[in-house]
Ligand binder design. Structure first.
Ligand SMILES: [Fe+2]
Ligand SMILES: [Fe+2]
Length: 481
C-alpha cells in the first residue's frame, strides 16, 4: 500500500472505521501542539532530508526527501499478519493469537503499552535543544530522523490504545501528551526518560544504550499473544535499528577522533585539540548504561512471571531462537547473585518465569558487549592501548536488588563515604559536563564537522558526506559568530 492523500497515512484501513478515524483526527492537533512545544526547537522552516515510512514492504517502506518537520506525515503502520500465528510462550503456548484484548489481561496490557508509549515522546523532549549544537548537518539530520520516528512510535502505540482500549485508551493517549520529561509534577514514567540529555555525547550514549533497551522491550512485545501489538512492534523495530546505528557510529566517530588526536600529540593532551578524553567518554557510558539497565525492572519479579505466563511478553527471539526449547518455562531456574548485608553476594535460584526481566536484560548486555568491542576495535586500529568497558551490572543502580547500596564499576561494594569520594571517577563531574558543553558549537556547513568528532565513513542513503542533509532556510541566532 502506498501513501495516500489521507490525513493520517496508514496501512490499517483507517477510513473503514470512521469512529476510530475521527478519534485519531481529534488527537492529531493535540499531538502537533505537543510537537511544537517540546519537539525540536527552532527548525520549523528548515528542510530536512528525512525518511518517511510509507508502507511496510521490506523493499521500500521508506521514502527519502527534504521536508519540514512540521509537514512530516506521521503514519500508522503494522507489519502484515503472519498466517496462523500461535502464541509463542507461556501457559497458552501454541494456541491461536488474540486479535482482541482478553478481559482478564486488559489492565496489564494497557500498562505495558502505556509504559512503552511514554518513552517515545519523552526522548523527543529530552533531545529538543540538541539541533542547535549539532556537530554537522549530517548529525543534525540524524537527530531529527530519530525525533520524527519516536513521534511515529507514539502514533503506533496511540493507535493501539484508541482502537482496542475504548475510553480508557483515549484517556491514556491524552495523558501521553500531558506528561513531560523531567517535570517535577508530571514526569515521564521511567527514570532514564527524565534524565537531562544535555549534549551530543549524551545523545549518542542515549541512542546506543537507551534506544537499545527499546529494541529489547519491543522484541519482547513482538512475541506477544496480542497480535496487533506484536505487528506494531515488529515494524517499529525496523526503525529502531537506525537509532542505535546513530548512537553506535556516533560514539565510534568520537573515539576515532580522540584516538587520532592522541597519536598526533606526544603528551596525548586531547583537550588542547578540542577532542574528548577517553576517560570522559567512559564516564558517559557508565552513566547511560547503568540508567538503561534499570529500565528492565526488578531481577526477581512476579510481574514478569505473570506477563510471561499470560503470553503478553516473551523473551528475545522467543519464536526464532532455536536454543529456546521450553516455551512454557515452567520448570527452569535462574541462578541470581543476591546481595548480602555485608556487601558480598550469594547465589540463589529463582523460578525461571520470575527471572524474565533478567533473561531479557542478559540478551541486551550481550548486545552491548559487542558494541563496546566495535569501539575498542577503533582504538586497536589506532594503536591506542586504552580500552572502553561496560561497568558491572551492580554499578549505580536505581532499580532492583543492587539499588540498596553502592558498588564501584567493577562491582565491588563500597561505602557511602567511598561512593561520595569516588563518584567523579565513575560518573561525569560538573567539570566534565562543562568541558563537553564548551565543545558543543554548531557546525552547519555541508561536509564540515566539529573538532570532537570524525566524519562518518559514508553518507546516508547513498548521498555524499557533504550533501545538504539540512537546508537552513532562515537566520539562526545560535549560528552567529
Ligand atoms: Fe521508539
Ligand atoms: Fe528509538
Amino acid at each position: 500500500m502506498s501513501i495516500s492523500s489521507e490525513r493520517i497515512p496508514n496501512n490499517v484501513d483507517l477510513s473503514s472505521d470512521t469512529k476510530l478515524q475521527k478519534a485519531l483526527e481529534k488527537w492529531q492537533p493535540a499531538y502537533l501542539d505537543w510537537w511544537q512545544e517540546v519537539g525540536p526547537q527552532g527548525f520549523d522552516n528548515d528542510e530536512i532530508y528525512l525518511r518517511t515510512a510509507i508502507s511496510v514492504e521490506p523493499s521500500g517502506w521508506a521514502h527519502f526527501d527534504h521536508v519540514k518537520t512540521s509537514d512530516y506525515r506521521w503514519g500508522i503502520f503494522l507489519a502484515p499478519p503472519q498466517k496462523d500465528r500461535t502464541i509463542p510462550c507461556g501457559d497458552n503456548h501454541g494456541k491461536a493469537v488474540w486479535n482482541e484484548v482478553p478481559g482478564a489481561f486488559r489492565k496489564e496490557l494497557r500498562r505495558i503499552i502505556v509504559t512503552q508509549a511514554d518513552t517515545e515522546p519523552a526522548s523527543v523532549e529530552q533531545q529538543r535543544l540538541l539541533g542547535q549544537t549539532a556537530p554537522s548537518l549530517y548529525d543534525m539530520r540524524n537527530l531529527f530522523q530519530v525525533n520524527v520516528e519516536e513521534g511515529r512510535h507514539l502514533w503506533a502505540m496511540v493507535y493501539i490504545l484508541h482502537k482496542y482500549f475504548g475510553r480508557d485508551g483515549r484517556e491514556e493517549a491524552d495523558e501521553l501528551l500531558a506528561r513531560r520529561s523531567g517535570d517535577a509534577d508530571s514526569p515521564r514514567i521511567l527514570e532514564a526518560f527524565n534524565k537531562p540529555c544535555r549534549d551530543w555525547l549524551a545523545f549518542f550514549s542515549f541512542t546506543t544504550f537507551t534506544d537499545r533497551d527499546g529494541k529489547y522491550q519491543l522484541g519482547a512485545l513482538v512475541e506477544s499473544a496480542f497480535d496487533p501489538l506484536s505487528r506494531t512492534c515488529r515494524f517499529m523495530l525496523t526503525e529502531e535499528a537506525h537509532h542505535m546505528y546513530v548512537g553506535q557510529t556516533g560514539i565510534g566517530r568520537v573515539v576515532r577522533k580522540t584516538a587520532e588526536v592522541m597519536k598526533q600529540d606526544p603528551n596525548e593532551e586531547v583537550t588542547r585539540h578540542g577532542a574528548i578524553p577517553l576517560e570522559i567518554i567512559q564516564k558517559y557510558l557508565n552513566e547511560w548504561y547503568s540508567a538503561s539497565l534499570d529500565l528492565f525492572g526488578g531481577e526477581d519479579s512476579s510481574n514478569s512471571a505473570n506477563y510471561f505466563a499470560a503470553g503478553l511478553k516473551g523473551r528475545w527471539n522467543e519464536t526464532t531462537d532455536e536454543k529456546i526449547k521450553d516455551h512454557m518455562a515452567l520448570e527452569g531456574e535462574y541462578v541470581m547473585e543476591m546481595p548480602l548485608d555485608d556487601g558480598g553476594t550469594e547465589k540463589r535460584k529463582i523460578p525461571l518465569r520470575r527471572a524474565m526481566n533478567l533473561v531479557l536484560r542478559d540478551s541486551y548486555v550481550e548486545d552491548c558487549v559487542k558494541v563496546i568491542g566495535k569501539w575498542n576495535k577503533v582504538l586497536e586500529e589506532s594503536q591506542i592501548s586504552q580500552r572502553l568497558t561496560l561497568p558491572h551490572e551492580r554499578f549505580n543502580r536505581g532499580q532492583g536488588i543492587y539499588s540498596e547500596r553502592g558498588y564501584d564499576t567493577s562491582g565491588a561494594p563500597i561505602t557511602d563515604g567511598e561512593w561520595e569520594a569516588r563518584r567523579g571517577e565513575f560518573l561525569p563531574t560538573e567539570e566534565d559536563y562543562a568541558y563537553v558543553e564548551s565543545l558543543m558549537k554548531p557546525v552547519a556547513e555541508p561536509g564540515k564537522f566539529a573538532s570532537w568528532i570524525a566524519p562518518p565513513p559514508k553518507g546516508l542513503n547513498g548521498q555524499p558526506i557533504d550533501f545538504d542533509y539540512v537546508r537552513l532556510m532562515d537566520e539562526k541566532s545560535w549560528l552567529g559568530g
